[in-house]
Ligand binder design. Structure first.
Ligand code: NIG
Ligand code: FE
Length: 387
């Protein structure tokens, strides 16, 4: 196995709880990669020799971003819907059906190459672990193939047959399909199951039924909840002890209390509020109430078509009053926790060699220089490259 030492790192973010502060910063640091894992982390002056050496030239290194929420398997374009929104139309769940029609009409190869392009786009921006949902097929065949496409790119695949009820089906019949034949076809390709629990999509009882059926098939639950309205989705996630509940834009005091008591992670997706002109979730209030907060992109053609975790960090800092350190931690270590992963999001011996070299002296530049491409290098499983 080839070893590589990345040396002269001005500021290294480890997220290692054994080190000081939320980010476990090490200054004038080095990291040794041994194949796909991190072998050593510490002061550059003490670094062991390695087969190859990379000079970071005083720049910052962070763990690769863990994007725990994306909907990359789709076809078609909804920029006209975005344009209409920016000139006064509200965002509604119904736009999903437009993408469903385009996705069903696309070939497997078209879907695969589209996902490949988006995954490369994410990687070039520092994302080294990502979750991908289905949810634009909404038929047994199209949900199963969406997941099979997603599986070519990540182990973190999520069955979201319960995204919206398709136009030609009743809600009752559709929930039966999702919990029956569709789940059976999807389960071999998925690790997780998700429901869009919202007015215009699925109510709490339907979400409960879908998650229960998923659990019987060995799929772990996650939930889209409280994105557009107040409702019982977040409390359902907490009651079921789900690892994460996503969006959390409209929260009552009871929702916040349930989150802090259950330990369920609130995954906030500020690109959605940016792209829909909705109010941002109260990240500051959640953190101050002891809730664990993760950040993810929600990259999808409707509510938010960004693949940039750096943008999400900048929005979280500027618009949701997270500190730059909290936002980076939420986009890496807590994103990993939201996928129940402890092998990524942290740079310490034995963890995945997933790291990003920034064209900046400090991680703070991720929020301080919004919109600027700051990724100078990415290693994923020890493999260097941007694409
Ligand atoms: O996470 N909320 C549900 N699903 C996506 C949006 C899907 C769409 O509009 O196409 C989301 O925001
Ligand atoms: Fe989503």
């Amino acid at each position: 196995m080839t070893t590589t030492v990345i040396t002269r790192i001005g500021e290294l973010v480890t997220n290692d709880p054994e080190r000081e502060g939320l980010l476990g910063l090490v200054h004038d640091a080095a990291v040794v990669l041994d194949g796909a894992t991190v072998a050593w982390v510490g002061p550059a002056a003490d670094a062991p020799a390695a087969d190859a050496q990379v000079d970071a030239g005083g720049r910052a290194v962070i763990p690769g971003f863990v994007d725990s929420h994306s909907h990359l398997v789709f076809a078609g374009d909804r920029s006209a819907e975005f344009e209409a929104r920016m000139t006064g139309q509200p965002y509604t769940a119904g736009g999903i059906r437009t993408t469903v029609a385009r996705t069903r009409a696309a070939s497997d190869d078209q879907l695969t190459s589209h996902v490949a392009r988006l995954v490369a786009e994410m990687r070039a921006q520092g994302t080294t672990t990502l979750e991908i949902k289905s949810g634009y097929g909404l038929s047994v065949h199209d949900e199963a193939r969406s997941l099979a496409v997603a599986r070519q790119f990540t182990e973190e695949t999520t069955f979201l047959g319960a995204h919206v009820v398709p136009a030609d089906t009743s809600p009752e019949d559709y929930v039966e399909l999702v919990t029956g034949p569709m789940l059976e076809a999807a389960a071999p390709h998925a690790r997780w199951i998700d429901v869009f629990c919202e007015d215009g999509a699925f109510d709490v009882d339907q979400a409960r039924a879908v998650l229960a059926a998923g659990a019987d098939s060995g799929l772990r639950g996650r939930l889209h909840a409280n994105q557009l309205t107040y409702g019982g989705g977040v409390r359902l996630a907490c009651e079921l002890g789900l690892v994460a509940v996503d969006h959390c834009t409209f929260l009552s005091d009871a929702d916040v209390a349930a989150l802090s008591e259950s330990g369920t992670i609130a995954t906030l997706l500020p690109g959605v509020e940016f792209s829909t002109r909705q109010p941002y979730p109260d990240a500051r209030g959640l953190i101050d109430a002891g809730v664990r907060v993760a950040l993810a992109s929600d990259c999808n053609p409707g509510s938010c078509f960004t693949s940039s975790m750096a943008l999400c960090i900048a929005l979280a800092v500027r618009e949701m009053r997270m500190s730059p350190a909290e936002a980076l931690h939420a986009a890496t270590a807590t994103g990993a926790a939201a996928l129940d992963r402890d092998d990524v999001g942290v740079l310490a011996p034995g963890k995945a060699a997933d790291l990003v070299l920034l064209e900046a002296p400090s991680y703070v530049h991720l929020a301080y220089r919004p919109g600027v491409p700051l990724v100078a290098g990415v290693w994923q499983g020890g493999r260097p490259g941007l694409g």
